[in-house]
Design a protein around this ligand. Structure first.
Ligand SMILES: [Ca+2]
Ligand SMILES: [Ca+2]
Ligand SMILES: [Ca+2]
Ligand SMILES: [Ca+2]
Length: 246
């Protein structure tokens, strides 16, 4: 802090300095060998740029004359940013449901992290972390905007739930983690498969009703109603189908 100049000497020269009331700074008044008093501005309590990015102080110099004369100077202190805040995801875990077979490059979900710092200290890049290789082949996370899209075919019958680990990193190296849970919803994309496990053929004409002619196995890979199967036989044929299990 500059020294106040007072052309008067002795008792009429600068006698004291005062600093406007503030929460962070104090004045230490030193005396040089020639008897001049000069003030040093000292940081007393830590500053937080995220709360206040600049401080304005008024320094007043008072002389010892009569009448007392004073001069003031304004001090503006700009606080530069330190990377003291990690990114913070908007969710601890993101959950989303997706239909299987959705077109490639569909938006699945957008993750987002905020950072209270400024400039590169708040510039966030997104990465996948703790994610299985198979899952990485199916989903893409845009490093710049956190948008997750599917880059492969999603098949409910193969995998019906996925877990992605996501990481947000700011330009100063602070990191945050979150998770994305993706649940796949079944679509009716499989036809029933009919297989004969045994067939008696030919069959004698005097076979009694109720004789088992063939064992048929029917499977549908879909789930729930999509996987329920009803079997019919053409009604003018002398056979019927009965179920041996569900
Ligand atoms: Ca900061
Ligand atoms: Ca930061
Ligand atoms: Ca499927
Ligand atoms: Ca299906």
């Amino acid at each position: 802090v500059g020294v106040a100049q007072d052309p008067d000497s002795g008792i009429n020269s600068v006698k004291s300095y005062q600093l406007s009331k503030n929460a962070h700074f104090t004045l230490a008044v030193k005396e040089s060998p020639d008897g001049n008093k000069y003030p040093e501005l000292v940081l007393d309590k830590p500053m937080d740029r995220e709360k206040q990015s600049s401080h304005i102080l008024i320094l007043t110099a008072v002389d010892g004359g009569d009448p007392v004369r004073s001069g003031t100077a304004q001090i503006r202190i700009n606080v530069t940013d330190a990377n003291d805040n990690p990114p913070v995801f908007t969710e601890e875990i993101y959950k989303v449901s997706l239909r299987e077979n959705l077109p490639k490059d569909s938006l699945v979900l957008q993750v987002r992290a905020a950072d209270k710092d400024e400039g590169s200290n708040a510039q966030i890049t997104y990465f996948l972390s703790n994610t299985q290789d198979h899952t990485r082949t199916l989903f893409y996370l845009n490093p710049e905007n956190g948008r997750i899209t599917n880059k492969g075919d999603i098949d409910f019958e193969e995998t019906n739930t996925f877990m992605l680990g996501v990481e947000a990193r700011d330009g100063g190296g602070q990191i945050a983690h979150s998770k994305v849970q993706i649940e796949i919803i079944d679509e009716n994309d499989n036809s029933p498969e009919v297989t004969f496990t045994s067939v008696s053929s030919p069959i004698p004409e005097d076979s009694l009703p109720g004789t088992v002619i063939a064992l048929i196995k029917v499977r549908d890979q879909d789930t729930g109603e999509n996987g329920e199967v009803k079997c019919h036989i053409e009604h003018n044929l002398p056979f019927k189908i009965t179920s041996t299990s569900n």
